[in-house]
Design a protein around this ligand. Structure first.
Ligand code: RB5
Length: 144
């Protein structure tokens, strides 16, 4: 049985978009595991990036989708966790390529950078693409 769980988290800048993405991944056949935060009170993105990354690194969730204002800070925090390969994407091409070539297991999106429709396209591209292996596996191994 493949792991179809996707962990979602964000800081206060991305609550509404995170909720919309949670619905979207369910329509694509994935289970969303939303670990908050649940209020729009100002919070610290490293906490939430690391918490989501731990869910992926442990194998509890297959992928993670994280958001902050730019997507950058929370991505940096997630990438500190061993085994995490997370990229920030503002268009679908990069979202597809980080799966195909980099075997990314987390996607970060800037809620103050992209609109809702584009964000959903980015998520669809990420979840629809598969890692190509081969020479890319060698390079991913070098990252690890
Ligand atoms: C919060 O104001 C903002 O700094 C945060 O959401 C994010 O953009 C950081 O990278």
């Amino acid at each position: 049985m493949p792991n179809k769980r996707i962990v979602l988290s964000s800081d206060h800048a991305a609550l509404a978009l995170r909720a919309r993405i949670a619905e979207h991944v369910e329509t694509l056949g994935w289970e969303s595991v939303d670990i908050g935060p649940t209020t729009s009170e100002s919070t610290h993105y490293p906490i939430h990036g690391a918490a989501a990354a731990e869910r992926v690194a442990s194998g509890d969730c297959r992928f993670g989708i994280i958001l902050c204002g730019t997507g950058q800070g929370i991505m940096m925090a997630a990438n500190k966790i061993t085994g995490i390969r997370c990229g920030v994407c503002s268009e679908a091409f990069s979202a597809r390529m980080i799966r195909q070539h980099n075997d990314a297991n987390m996607l970060s999106i800037g809620a103050r950078v992209v609109g809702e429709d584009l964000a959903l396209d980015i998520v669809t591209a990420f979840l629809s693409a598969a890692f190509e292996g081969g020479r890319h596996q060698t390079r991913v191994g070098m990252i690890e």
